[in-house]
Write a protein that binds this ligand. Structure first.
Ligand SMILES: [Fe+2]
Ligand SMILES: [Fe+2]
Length: 194
């Protein structure tokens, strides 16, 4: 994205994302966008990058499963067995691809923050952590336990908040009898050791 047109582009991008999402998802998107900007202010990350990554993080969330798989195949993105059985996990990876190809993002850090936002990864950048945390604590979220405390923690110690979110996510999927995503477990093990 060309810097001088950043503001203008954000307006256009918001319109495009609004069209690509349902009302509830778009509301969540705006929540993540502004929460990411607030975290960027707190931790000294580039605010425009945080806004952009927040706006686009779920740009592939409303696509049907077949479309997610098709886009991966077309772009030579490796798809694991796990992802093939639950294609919605791919909306991060596909979001990263669409952000580059459809929405014109060139900043690799922004693209990675979108690409890895569902499960995180080892050695995440500050921006990647910000998007991951913002996705969980944005104001529209209300179901996860301990959210108020977690929101405070996110502005005190981003890494601790990251670990708490990974733990809570794993516990939630285990309790609900869903498949535990290997990526989430891997990220948690890595950050617990840090
Ligand atoms: Fe997502
Ligand atoms: Fe999200």
């Amino acid at each position: 994205m060309k810097k001088k047109n950043a503001k203008h582009s954000m307006k256009k991008l918001r319109k495009a994302i609004r069209k690509a999402q349902n009302a509830k998802r778009y509301e969540h998107t705006l929540g993540v966008e502004y929460t990411a900007a607030a975290l960027a202010m707190r931790y000294g990350e580039n605010m425009q990058d945080a806004l952009l990554a927040g706006l686009l993080h779920d740009c592939a969330k409303c696509l049907p499963d077949e479309e997610l798989l098709r886009i991966c195949e077309k772009n030579n993105i490796p798809v694991t067995e796990e992802e093939r059985s639950l294609p919605f996990i791919l909306h991060g990876k596909v979001g990263g691809i669409l952000a580059r190809k459809k929405y014109g993002v060139e900043n690799e850090d922004v693209l990675n923050a979108i690409y890895y936002h569902t499960m995180g990864r080892e050695g995440m950048s500050l921006l990647e952590k910000i998007i991951f945390v913002a996705d969980y604590i944005e104001p529209g979220r209300d179901k996860a336990p301990g959210l108020a405390e977690l929101r405070t923690l996110a502005f005190q110690d981003l890494d601790k908040a990251l670990v708490r979110i990974l733990e809570a996510t794993l516990q939630h999927v285990k309790e609900s009898g869903c498949t535990v995503f290997s990526g989430t477990e891997q990220t948690l093990n890595y950050y617990k050791k840090q």
